[in-house]
Write a protein that binds this ligand. Structure first.
Ligand code: MC0
Length: 146
């Protein structure tokens, strides 16, 4: 079951300048940043709010690390802007199978690793009324060591 907007992915040419825009204009701070080589992105997660399912919603700012990555190709064609939306679920495997069964192309056979150790997959934008759609199961919160 999809229970929240996990994040909105925004493609940008310059991550540091874009982070500064969101900080100076709205007061949003970087919660987490990382490079995902498999996806070809350098990213910053700005937490917007906690959600009632125990998760959170973020803006995800994405700068390509190579021109032939999904974000690099998209930026070259469209310029900066909203690249995808991501729904949060407790079970990305079950929701992927369910949605695939409805005739929507799920891009990965098995979920891959996304931001902050999450497990992610994508739905083809042409099957989702033009919106690249991601499904995310967050990594379990680690309990503090004793
Ligand atoms: C491409 N299209 C899009 C789109 N990207 N439409 C809406 N939103 C997008 N973001 C459209 C194109 O305009 C084109 O339509 C058609 O899809 C084929 O696009 P293409 O330029 O020929 O590119 P493809 O087919 O090689 O790849 C498109 C595809 C790819 C969606 C399969 O981008 C992909 O695998 N995306 C999933 C991975 C991803 O996006 N990773 C980056 C975020 P026309 O009408 O011109 O034919 S990584 C991330 O977000 C992670 C780190 C995380 O959340 O934790």
């Amino acid at each position: 079951m999809l229970t929240r907007i996990d994040h909105i992915g925004i493609a940008c040419f310059d991550l540091d300048k874009t982070v500064e825009f969101y900080r100076a204009t709205y007061g949003f701070e970087v919660f987490h940043s990382e490079v995902n080589e498999e996806q070809g992105v350098r990213e910053a997660m700005l937490k917007i709010n906690e959600t009632s399912d125990g998760g959170a919603s973020y803006l995800q700012l994405l700068e390509p690390t190579r021109e032939d990555s999904a974000v690099g190709k998209w930026l070259a064609k469209n310029g900066e802007g909203v690249h995808h939306i991501a729904f949060g679920t407790a079970d990305v495997d079950a929701d992927s199978a369910d949605i695939r069964g409805k005739g929507v192309r799920v891009l990965y056979d098995e979920p891959r690793i996304g931001s902050m150790g999450s497990r992610i997959t994508f739905l083809h934008p042409k099957d989702c009324h033009g919106v690249l759609t991601e499904l995310v199961t967050s990594a379990p919160v680690e309990s503090p060591e004793h």
